[in-house]
Design a binder for this molecule. Sequence first.
Ligand code: XIL
Length: 384
Amino acid sequence: MPDRRKFLTRAGYTTLSALLTMGFLQKDKQKEDYSINTIAANSTRMNVNSPLREVAAAKGKRYGAAISGEFLQTDKDYANLIARECSIATPNGELKWNATEPQPGKFTFESADAIANFCQKHNIELHGHTLFWHTGNPDWVSYPPTFEMIERHVKGVMGHYRNSKVLKSWDIANEIIADNENETDNATYGLRKGVKPELIRDLFKIAASVDSSKKFYLNDFGIEGATWKSDRFLKMVEYLKNNGAKIDGAGIQSHLWFSTAYPFDEKGFNSVLKRLNDLEVKPIITELDIIIDTPLPDSIKKLDQMVADSYKRYLDLCFAANVDTVITWGLTDRHTWIRHPDWMPAKFRGNPSNQRFLRPLPFDENLQPKSARNAISQAFQQAT
Ligand code: XIL
């Protein structure tokens, strides 16, 4: 947005109408029209349709999405929409272990580099996801991987992006906390079976030895409230802080599933955000998408409004607690992961007629803005 228009937006109408009345800003109609109607139209147009990246930037924040290299190549409208709306982007799969080191010591970065080049072309920051996960690994990688596997992988992948102009942050470890106490052999930190806290500490330390210029996150889901999992996630963040690991942020994935069956735990979520801020580990919203479970409303229009209201409520809480980065897990329902049979919630898998209600993202399958997008825009605009 040209500097002059930024000034106009910030100045506000009252001042401008006074200046216009005093003739200070009367401009040659042929060149630039500062009439209040044009300003209002422009401002309205900027407010309602301004790219989310601009609305976020106006508040010193970033908005982005998970993106797929395949669709960047094959779907130009999608690529253009990403470029217009996003100031940060996470590769959907191109920086996972099976994409970057398919064979021991053999690194492949073509698909990730293509995304990095797209990001550089469109001034989009790239978020690295992820160096350590229990899935998305080639068959030769055990879980947990051995120290030697981890050291070679981190040095190879982080080394490749050390001087990247766009990659500024990493999910050093992803989803290391088990889903419940039956799936861990570690009562304190609830780590997945076989994972020791020392291994995660060493992972973060190896990463810092390769490239401490990037921001390092621990990323997980199911921690958007006071849960068994969020308690252990926070304990693990504190363990890393107290044991010499560089941890800058906590990725709160935010795959939100709202329903009357389990209302959102606002109080618990606020306590998670507060704990992270007290630990000086910035809360980052890394994979936000929102689905409304059954009972479903009787129309898509109502569903979209419920999703939009949920986005607004969630982001208001985030922005009240120092969150400055919001990444949705995709930009358009056209490519949402949650419509894929492998990942679709069981209640929808068993009921194909309900799948049209899987509309978790800001843009619909025709790349048209939804009320969710306007809700996200409003949340950024109202952020203090
Ligand atoms: C998902 C991708 O979106 C899918 O395309 C892929 O098949 C599986 O992984 N949490 C994460 C992401 O950290 O990496 C996952 O992404 C979604 C859940």
